[in-house]
Design a protein around this ligand. Sequence first.
Ligand code: ADP
Length: 492
Amino acid sequence: MDKFILAIDAGTTSSRAILFDKNARPIEIAQYEFNQIFPKEGWVEHDPIEIWNTQLKAINDVIKSANIDVQNIDSVGITNQRETTVIWNKKTGQPVYNAIVWQDRRTANFCDDLKNNNKTEFIQNKTGLVIDAYFSGTKIKWILDNHPKIRLQADDGELLFGTIDTWLIWNLTNGVSHITDPSNASRTLLYNIQEDRWDDELISLFNVPKNILPKVVDSSSISAYVDSKIFGFKAPISGIAGDQQAALFGQLCLNRGDIKNTYGTGCFCVMNTGNKFVKSNNKMLSTIAWRINGELTYALEGSIFVAGALIQWLRDKLGIIKNASEVESLAKTVDNNGGVTFIPALSGLAAPYWDPYAQGAIFGITRGTQNGHIARAALESIALRTRDIIIEMEKDANIKFSSLKVDGGASNNNLLMQIQSDILDTNVIRPKTTETTALGVAFLAGLATGFFNDIPSLKKLWVKDRSFKPILKNNSNQIVGLWSQRINKLLS
Ligand code: ADP
């Protein structure tokens, strides 16, 4: 009887469940959106119970529609939106506060204080991270500091903290397992990624009681079992990884220098740096990619907050396209950008600029400028922001990367991929399965149970859709030249 891996992909806007077969093909997918809660400007929350319920529904749906016997679920892998913070009562299972989402900026002031107190280097040396409200540590502190009763309960050992992986596993195991993996732990600001452990100095800096933190297990190992009441079978949970690290694994970027870029709402560019912590001198994040058999693999990461979101802006605010994919045909109505440069700083600029106050701009408009030029410049800007990051990563890691693997919704845009290849002067490779995040954690889960034999055997399962080779070097030099001039003008 065929067996399957159940991949749980707990995203920022939806809960998804995907069944993968032995050939790593997604045979069934179910997805439920959940509410985004915006209590105040800059605050973003989720209801953890709603996340759990939608996840459970998605799991039940895929099992039902695939019409499989639950005994044939080999194992479960979990990948998740990272950094989002949940604190709950370990007796009742009730969250004490909504989940504070990675996008939430409420702790920006505290982050400024840390920077003003010269904590930047201290924190970067231990965690590989920049000080930013993005990460979990200040979110935990905020919940505890602003609710004295919750702080007391935490001190009394009544509460547990987790990112979404931990929260879901705790529910899937009916409260038996309180665990996470190093890829998720490394996004909390509390984890020492060089020493691979929760760090007492950081825990005390953020005033977080140690007893609320989960145990950190390998990203690929049988580390828990789904309670048999959940779907009638005690399946092993054997893969855990944060979404971007899972995508790196799903793209089989398993060697030092391998790099992938995910083009979604934002872009997340991640480079495998092997078994060594590489400290960035260029405002990239260093992070743990995964831990397998006790061995860590590290990565450098650069994020762009606005990528596909820029295309949404062209659609919803400028109204020059009706749907995202139309941007490609619109951009093809012109041969080049007509001298237009788009700086896509619609919500500040993330890596490597880290300027939360930067605002977007369109340079070079003349009477001849058409919608097509704007569309083309918008696509170029996504490729140029990616270039900004990759250049810095290469400096940090002292590696010249050889090709870029791509995924995410906007990677379906062939023109964007061609522009990316031209601007980077390298091959851009797109896989057939764009579900690389779920695939990555399915690989991690299946490697631990023997469902997949070994890493070399995975190579046969990763199927290329298309690769893009650089063809327009001179034109790209011009685009890059204008971009550098104009972004510097904007930031000066
Ligand atoms: P997320 O996981 O962040 O929700 P997805 O990977 O689902 O993102 O990709 C959706 C994003 O990609 C949207 O922002 C959308 O505007 C953009 N997008 C989708 N298709 C295209 C396309 N053909 N060209 C450019 N952008 C696209």
